[in-house]
Design a protein. Structure first.
Length: 81
């Protein structure tokens, strides 16, 4: 994900309302490509609502979770400010 795509996702997520979903991002940083990774809207505990993701985002999320330690670092929760 490019920096501009990451910023756009942060902006989109910060405008969402609800039970905390969208005010945070769960970020999976690539182990091999500095500055690259995947991020998904989540709550303050890092819980991602799969039903709120599009099909491609859901596939990317499930892939990232499956390859933590191989392709991606342990994900971190970031607040959207």
């Amino acid at each position: 994900m490019s920096p501009s795509q990451f910023s756009a996702l942060q902006s989109e997520a910060s405008h969402r309302t609800g039970s905390g979903q969208g005010r945070y991002l769960l970020r999976f940083e690539s182990l091999f490509h500095a500055g690259r990774g995947l991020c998904f809207p989540c709550d303050e505990r890092g819980q991602v609502e799969l039903d709120q993701l599009g099909e491609q985002a859901r596939e990317n999320y499930l892939f990232a979770r499956a390859v933590v330690g191989h392709e991606y670092a342990t994900p971190v929760v970031q607040r959207c400010d």
